[in-house]
Design a protein around this ligand. Structure first.
Ligand code: ZN
Length: 203
């Protein structure tokens, strides 16, 4: 199983990190070892002083596909979810400056939080999903998939030009503005269309 992540997919988040607006989706991969085991706390790793949360809508691929046409992309997933793309921002900034790959800042153990899955048939329009992240009970990120620069089906068509998608692969579709730092003893929870899909403690 692989995790394909999209960066810079929400205009306001691009501005807050002072990044350039991309002409194509920014894509990176997390290894399967990055998945935080269910019900486990997240331990801040020693190599970073600045771990950021990034709440993102997730899509789980349900069959093999390559060069998927956008028109048929919706047949490649049945479930949507919510998760966190934990990012060692200090390390990522350093790597970016040096023109090096981001993997160490994005693919470390526990860096992918994957919440409960919901059938996509629960929703009338996947391009209008409200979601939010709560830090110690306070809303810190709020987004709607309508604000994505590239929608779910466009992303599937795009990434499948490069990577064969396999059953069980997960796509992290990018984060809206409001990313921020986590601290020991924080409690994070994620809500999609009024349903809490994950919660975790930071150690
Ligand atoms: Zn992200």
């Amino acid at each position: 199983m692989k995790i394909i992540c999209i960066g810079r997919n929400y205009a306001a988040h691009i501005e807050e990190l002072d990044n350039e607006r991309p002409s194509e989706p920014v894509v990176f991969i997390k290894p399967d070892s990055a998945v935080l085991p269910k019900e486990q706390d997240f331990y801040i790793p020693d190599f970073s002083e600045e771990i950021h949360y990034e709440v993102e809508v997730l899509v789980k691929i349900n069959k093999v596909g390559k060069h998927i046409n956008e028109k048929f992309a919706h047949t490649y997933y049945e479930e949507v979810g919510l998760g966190i793309d934990f990012t060692a921002r200090d390390l990522q900034s350093k790597l970016k400056k040096e023109g090096l790959p981001w993997e160490k800042a994005k693919g470390f153990d526990g860096a992918a939080v994957i919440g409960k899955w919901l059938p996509k048939s629960n929703f009338t329009d996947l391009n209008g999903l409200d979601f939010s992240l709560h830090q110690n009970g306070e809303v810190v990120q709020k987004g709607n998939t309508a604000m994505m620069l590239w929608k779910i089906d466009e992303l599937i068509a795009y990434v499948s030009q490069f990577f064969t998608l396999k059953k069980g692969d997960i796509i992290f579709t990018g984060t809206p503005e409001g990313v921020g730092k986590i601290h020991p003893n924080d409690y994070l929870s994620g809500v999609l269309e009024g349903k809490e899909l994950f919660s975790l403690k930071i150690k």
